[in-house]
Design a protein around this ligand. Sequence first.
Ligand code: ZN
Ligand code: ZN
Length: 111
Amino acid sequence: MVDRSSYSDRTLKCRDCSGDFIWTAGEQAFFREKGLQNIPVRCPECRAARKVEMGVKPPVQHQVICAECGAHTTVPFVPRQGRPVYCGPCYSQAQDDGTHSEESVELHADS
Ligand SMILES: [Zn+2]
Ligand SMILES: [Zn+2]
């Protein structure tokens, strides 16, 4: 058994964000028990961020046909039944048209 009381918290510098983080006595004992030679080089936040980064998968693309021009295109979401899906150019055009149809709201100052 490793005597955990022989360890004390150490302050280490993170390789990624250059921030200080605490390598706790408990973690040091854990490392020694596992026979690990390398001390942590990243703070817990950056370690967690790296894990998330490595686990990220690109969104699944779905084959669709543009409701406007009939071109084959892909979208990063599942198209819903009855809802038109557009290719890139048609989509941005539809967005533009949408802004024109919106009525501007006039503000009246009550007196
Ligand atoms: Zn960091
Ligand atoms: Zn189109």
